[in-house]
Design a protein. Sequence first.
Length: 122
Amino acid sequence: MLKRILLGVGFSWIMSVTLGIVFAMATLGKDAPTLPAVLLMTVGISSLISLLFSPLAAWAARTGPRNLFTYAPVLWAVLAAHIVVGTKHWLPLTQASLFALGVVGTVAIGFVPRRVDRAESS
């Protein structure tokens, strides 16, 4: 149980911070991560967002770490693409829609059936 919670919290924090950096770069330009204030704000805000996602991420980890390691990078790529495309066209809606898309994706990961290796099933 504790491993599942730590795995969910870790994935939540890593994904939130890296997506926050992608968002800062998409809105402020490529020099954004080198500005100390931008990096501090990005890590701070992303850490708060990851705290909101942590219970949901811990619940999604119930299907096992293999599903999380398989599908979380796919969710990250979808969210990063949404940031890159969304900030150019509809910036005010990007943050809310990104949060909603993250919730839907995390719930989807939680409902994916547990994958069983062939060696485990025999």
